[in-house]
Design a protein. Structure first.
Length: 326
């Protein structure tokens, strides 16, 4: 009896040690986890540089389309458009880090850990960084408007920032309702490309429209690869992306269509700009991405597909730029 009582007493004293402490599910309310100092590499990772080709591609295509119509290069305006696109892209990435982090949807990730969700950086700090990049993009955009006197484009710029924020921000983010691809196509394809062309020549030739569609399709393909990687986690937290709504197989089909359709556009453009045929070389990066999406075993493999798709968009845009200015 004494031995039995001793065992019970020991069990009672040890049980509190086995029970893990629980912290708030909201990273904004949790104390910062002491996991070493946050490095410059952590901030660069949070900026998600692998997505920047999606910002560069429409500016290359839009500038090339402008040059194909008017022989004069508008380098200053083109570089300003590039700055707006890159700053907005980085701002979106930090805004997503903040919004997904405070919702708890990034608590379990396959890809790189996020600053907010990991608790290593306070949510407010990440929000401030996002707003700084949005403000810088707005300042450069305002300079373009003043230079070109296209005052109506202030509304376009405001719409871009609003769309960037409400992708995952606000009470009802559209990225959580299966509409991410729609807005990505509009803003990272049509608006970015056509806006770049318009502020340089005040015209929108057909090659600009075709190039804008191609840029938008590549951006949608990257988003699909990203959401396919996170499909299980998104389902678990109630994030209803298009991939969650239509399932894996339909996403694989749609990804393939989005990635390959721009090359059909390149064939059409090659009838007017023969050098556009060289855009088909971008398939050297695109086809492996398609293969990975169809044959992956672990979600982490889709990180490579995402990077290859971004590279495909950049190579394709470079080829069209060459074709348009050549």
């Amino acid at each position: 009896m004494a031995a039995s009582s001793k065992r019970k007493s020991t069990a009672r004293t040890k049980s509190p040690q086995r029970t893990p402490s629980r912290s708030s599910g909201n990273p904004a309310k949790r104390p910062v986890i002491e996991a070493g100092p946050v490095t410059a590499g952590d901030w660069i990772g949070a900026a998600r540089l692998r997505t920047l080709p999606l910002a560069i591609a429409p500016v290359l295509i839009g500038t090339g389309a402008a040059r194909s119509t008017q022989p004069e290069f508008h380098w200053v305006i083109a570089l300003a458009c590039l700055a707006v696109a890159v700053l907005l892209q980085i701002g979106v990435n930090f805004a997503n880090d903040y919004s997904d982090g405070i919702r708890g949807t990034d608590a379990v990730r396959v890809g790189p850990a996020r600053l907010t969700a990991s608790g290593r950086v306070r949510a407010r700090t990440v929000l401030i960084i996002a707003l700084v990049f949005f403000a810088l993009a707005a300042a450069v955009g305002l300079a373009i408007v003043i230079r070109t006197e296209q005052w109506w484009m202030l509304a376009v710029g405001a719409a871009c920032i609003v769309a960037a924020w409400f992708y995952t921000g606000g009470k009802r983010p559209y990225g959580y309702a299966g509409l991410g691809e729609v807005f990505v196509f509009i803003f990272f394809g049509l608006v970015a490309t056509l806006g770049t062309t318009w502020v340089q020549i005040f015209d929108l030739p057909q090659q600009a429209w075709l190039g804008a569609i191609a840029a938008g399709l590549f951006a949608c393909a990257v988003l699909l690869a990203n959401n396919l990687r996170d499909i299980d986690q998104d389902r678990a937290v109630g994030k209803r992306t298009l991939t969650v709504l239509i399932g894996r197989r339909a996403t694989q089909v749609l990804f393939t269509v989005f990635l390959l359709a721009p090359f059909g556009i390149a064939v059409v453009l090659a009838l007017l700009f023969p050098i556009a045929w060289i855009a088909l070389l971008a398939l050297l990066a695109g086809l492996p991405a398609v293969l990975i999406v169809w044959t992956y075993r672990q979600p982490r493999e889709l990180v490579i597909a995402l990077a290859l798709t971004s590279l495909t968009a950049l190579l394709y845009a470079g080829a069209l730029f060459w074709a348009f200015v050549g």
